[in-house]
Design a protein around this ligand. Structure first.
Ligand code: ADP
Ligand code: ASP
Ligand code: MG
Length: 390
């Protein structure tokens, strides 16, 4: 009998009604296949917990931060197992440590080291549907860990690998991976099949439909993934290595970026870079001169960064800092992209009177920074010029 892992994200389990609907999907799959289930917290719950912890000065890196932010998943796993039992099926919930899912001790962004399939396999053999908390693991220090935001996708892929499942199904509020976020750009096209590499690049650069680390794990362990909707029925998008790479495959968008310019008297930028790393603040470095450092970071991280800079001012010797808001990054994802491609994209945007403030290029992606005011127009111009609508 085929074995599948089904993962349901926050919007799919946002209410008891939605949980009942998800339970019906699971029951249907369970009638012909072996099934293990992974769940996220109900929509919005993890954000609330992050806010509570941060208000008390606890951030990623603190083990107690992970205890707080991981707790939403436990509620969903319990509620879904209860619902399945109410329908006459056999089920039980699992916290990450009960599986166990062993991880490194990087609280807030732990790395999965081992998933022991023994308990899950026993349940499945006995017709019990295991409902596993996504996002959670346990460190060798016997503490709860979390796998980074969006980490339930990683749990699902890792459990699929441990169970040698035939397919890992990721259910969310969109019916697959699109050429660009369909909630931003309704003319986006659903992609039937996408290569791990392209999906990984899209995820890394802002397409949160799959967590980046989960795509990497799937690629390394050769786990076949299908992204589909728990709201509408269709084939969704399959992620595998069995896809020919295209020149352009999609656009990934990151909004709410702020430019932080720091003028300092320190000899090197290293202390600033160390702070960014220590607090898991992702940034794009725009300019580095003697005594001047300019980065783009998530708007929400600006207050944290400013308080860190003033706390460490004796080392960093900051003279002045300036913040400019409202930048967005459009990453054009493709394969074998060149400087010539980058110049062409900038010139089509320029023809549409859109200014590109900064650009960078990597093999599978071109990053273009524009003002958020011109984001939607930029997406439209690039989507058409890269032939993504066809
Ligand atoms: P879940 O809570 O189920 O894990 P997420 O919110 O993490 O779901 O991911 C789904 C969201 O990803 C969609 O609502 C959509 O706005 C966003 N998204 C961003 N880029 C894309 C894309 N290229 N294709 C599909 N969805 C995308
Ligand atoms: N609940 C966690 C988050 O919001 C994990 C997930 O949804 O995948 O990041
Ligand atoms: Mg997600």
């Amino acid at each position: 009998m085929a074995c599948i892992v089904q993962k349901f994200g926050g919007t799919s389990v946002a209410t008891l009604e939605r949980i009942k609907h998800v339970a019906e999907l699971i029951a249907e799959a369970h009638s012909t296949k072996q099934v293990a289930v992974v769940v996220s917290a109900m929509a919005g719950v993890t954000n609330k917990f992050v806010e509570y912890a941060q208000n008390l000065g606890s951030f990623e890196g603190d083990a107690d931060y992970d205890s707080v932010v991981s707790s939403g998943e436990l509620v969903t796993a319990g509620l879904l197992a209860i619902t399945l039992k109410n329908m006459g099926l056999k089920s039980r919930s699992y916290a990450g440590w009960q599986v166990p899912i062993e991880t490194s001790s990087n609280y807030g962004s732990a790395i999965i080291q081992f998933v022991d399939p023994t308990n899950l396999e026993k349940d499945i053999r006995e017709g019990i549907i295991p409902v596993i908390c996504g996002f959670q693991g346990i460190s060798s220090e016997n503490r709860i860990t979390t796998l980074g935001r969006g980490g339930s996708d990683l749990t699902a892929v890792a459990v699929s690998d441990a169970l040698k499942a035939d397919l890992c199904e990721i259910y969310s509020d969109v019916d697959g991976v699109y050429t660009v976020d369909p909630n931003l750009y309704p003319q986006a096209r659903r992609i039937d099949k996408i290569h791990y590499n392209e999906m990984k690049e899209m995820a890394a650069l802002g397409a949160k439909v799959m967590q980046e680390q989960s795509v990497d794990y799937a690629m390394k362990k050769n786990v076949r993934v299908r992204v589909a909707s728990s709201f509408v029925e269709n084939e969704g998008t399959t992620i595998s290595s069995d896809v020919t790479a295209k020149k352009f495959s999609g656009l990934a968008i990151t909004q709410n970026l702020s430019q932080l310019k720091i003028c300092h008297k320190a000899e090197s930028h290293l202390p600033i870079i160390e702070l960014l790393e220590q607090y898991f603040i992702r940034c794009e470095v725009l300019k580095v001169f003697n005594g001047k450092f300019s980065i783009l970071i998530d708007r929400q991280k600006v207050p944290l960064m400013q308080s860190l800079l003033s706390k460490e001012s004796h080392i960093l010797n900051v003279k002045r800092e300036m913040v400019r808001k409202n930048f967005s990054r459009i990453s054009v994802i493709g394969s074998e992209l060149t400087q010539g491609d980058c110049e062409k994209l900038i010139s089509v945007l320029r023809e549409a009177k859109i200014e590109v403030f900064y650009c960078s290029i990597r093999k599978n992606g071109i990053n273009l920074i524009v003002l958020t005011d011109s984001l939607l127009r930029s997406i439209d111009v690039l989507h058409k010029n890269c032939g993504l609508g066809i």
